[in-house]
Write a protein that binds this ligand. Structure first.
Ligand code: FES
Length: 158
């Protein structure tokens, strides 16, 4: 475990100190993303591309948001590439990058089998941060729903 001390200053008088235990995996992933965001899938695809599906989810408990773009092969439903934008904590960023790696090369059906617990376990998230990985699971569900809608519209128009 790596201990990170976070000190937040309020407007004038309020000061909060908190200490959170993060696994080294979370810290290393977060640092890697900061060093080279594009290499870790940070960004977005052209929203006009018909082979892009998008999911966006917010975490009600903290207000953080993840937007996930999947580039999908329309013949095979294989996810060929993934990009994300996450406004959130280190655990949410680390979970997002892990999800990007897990999703590349699998089908949309296989992607739906990935659960937030798989990500949380892989990253050794502390219990108080489990909800951060839920953002990723919810975003993939949304993106696949978006993909299914696009496919249905395509079939109606063909
Ligand atoms: Fe909001 Fe982690 S604290 S996603």
């Amino acid at each position: 475990m790596v201990w990170i001390s976070v000190q937040l200053s309020g407007t004038h008088t309020k000061r909060i100190n908190s200490i959170m235990a993060y696994s080294e995996k979370v810290v290393n992933r977060f640092r890697d993303v900061l060093k080279d965001p594009k290499a870790h899938g940070v960004g977005r695809f052209d929203p006009k591309d018909p082979n892009i599906a998008t999911g966006m989810t917010g975490a009600p408990s903290c207000g953080d948001v993840m937007k996930l773009d999947l580039k999908i092969n329309p013949e095979t439903d294989v996810i060929e590439d993934v990009k994300f934008k996450t406004y959130g904590c280190g655990s949410a960023i680390a979970s997002s990058t892990m999800f990007v790696e897990m999703l590349k090369g699998i089908t949309t059906d296989e992607a739906q089998q990935i659960k937030d617990k798989d990500i949380a376990n892989a990253l050794e998230l502390p219990p108080i941060k489990i909800h951060c990985s839920v953002l990723a699971e919810e975003s993939i569900k949304e993106a696949i729903e978006n993909w299914d809608e696009k496919k249905a519209t395509r079939q109606l128009n063909s």
